[in-house]
Design a protein around this ligand. Structure first.
Ligand code: AHM
Ligand code: MG
Length: 340
């Protein structure tokens, strides 16, 4: 592509803002902050093996200084970039137990939920990881900011996206008008539009799940996994099994190629592992905007009303027909158990 035809994220955001008569530029400023944080985290991820930022938080480096884990660094970078916009009153992060109130911004209308570095178990072994964000407006801007403002369901997201530190670095986001993907040009240090209006295939050929937990899954999901592996020419089964253990990487591949990602409930964890506000909801918004589905097994993910900041929920997400089939089988076996 000639350089003159490149659309940078910056340009794209300006163009989008121009389409909205009432846009006051606040959301654009938040996006710029996320873009900057993504570039800083990307720089640190790319040299993670060269400098002392891998490993356990709290350890002491040879200089007697505290060593910080990459996910703690990423958290600080995102929180500081978002705070500086002066547009965000509250931040919810996987790394912080409570709401982070941004000093001096009590009256601002935006709330951002982040998982600053998802896929932590892969950080130390040079496998793809990512950052996730989800943006809301406060439900009661006239009141003092509080946790109640933050506990909104996914349907109220204004925007959501992820940054994927893979073989290249990508930023994928939606504001409810489709999904667009930008790839970081290392030389220009600009995210450039590379995947406009992403649509996910309604039928896919990949299933992604931690099968180590198979014995602990609901019977219907065990049956669905067996179905995925069952040879059948017309439906092109067996499907391919792919599981990286970084949701963003698994989700992103399935989004482009067609597939299902599952993190079911287990006997041990009835709500699964993944967190609603900064893992499931943003991915659900993107999946639906790309023509896919996201379910907890009993409802659309984005309809689930959160009661806690770090609430978990089971997740079935990806190609429409695959998610529908998994959920149907889950219900089918549940009703057999109930009627027994
Ligand atoms: P994290 O936020 O601590 O990194 O946990 C979330 C990650 C997801 O990226 C991934 O899909 C899942 O945990 C993998 O979990 P498991 O190792 O149980 O399969
Ligand atoms: Mg996470």
């Amino acid at each position: 592509m000639p350089q003159s035809e490149i659309t940078t994220l910056e340009q794209f955001i300006v163009d989008q803002q121009a389409l909205h008569v009432n846009a006051d530029g606040s959301l654009s400023r938040i996006f710029r902050a996320i873009e900057l944080a993504a570039k800083i985290v990307n720089r640190d991820v790319r040299k993670a093996g060269l400098i002392d930022i891998l490993g356990e938080d709290g350890s002491i480096n040879p200089h007697g200084e505290d060593q910080q884990k990459l996910d703690v660094i990423a958290n600080n970078v995102f929180i500081s970039a978002l705070s500086r916009t002066k547009e965000v009153s509250m931040i919810i992060s996987e790394e912080n137990e409570g709401v982070v109130y941004v000093e001096g911004c009590e009256n601002e209308k935006y709330i951002v939920a982040i998982d600053p570095l998802d896929g932590s178990s892969n950080i130390d072994v040079n496998v793809s990881i990512g950052s996730i964000f989800s943006i809301y407006q406060r439900s009661n801007p006239e009141n003092n900011p509080s946790i109640d403002d933050c506990l909104q369901n996914g349907d109220r997201q204004v925007a959501a996206g992820y940054v994927f530190y893979g073989s290249s670095t990508m930023l994928v986001y939606t504001t409810g008008q489709g999904v667009n993907g930008f790839t970081l040009d290392d030389a220009l240090q600009e995210f450039c539009l590379s995947h406009p209006q992403i649509k996910t295939p309604s039928e896919g050929g990949i299933f992604s799940v931690n099968e180590g937990n198979y014995q602990d899954f609901p019977t219907g999901i065990q049956a669905y996994i067996d179905y995925c592996k069952d040879p059948d020419k017309p439906t092109k089964r067996p499907y391919k099994a792919r599981y990286i253990g970084s949701m963003i990487a698994d989700f992103h591949r399935n989004l482009l190629k067609g597939g299902i990602f599952m993190y079911p409930s287990t006997n041990k964890s009835p709500n699964g592992k993944l967190r609603l506000m900064y893992e499931c909801n943003p991915m659900a918004f993107i999946a639906e905007q790309a023509g896919g589905l996201a379910s907890t097994g009993s409802m659309r993910v984005m309809e689930l009303d959160p009661t806690e900041l770090h609430q978990r929920c089971p997740l079935y997400i990806g190609s429409k027909n695959m998610v529908q089939k998994a959920v149907d089988m889950l219900h089918q076996y549940e009703s057999v158990l109930v009627n027994r």
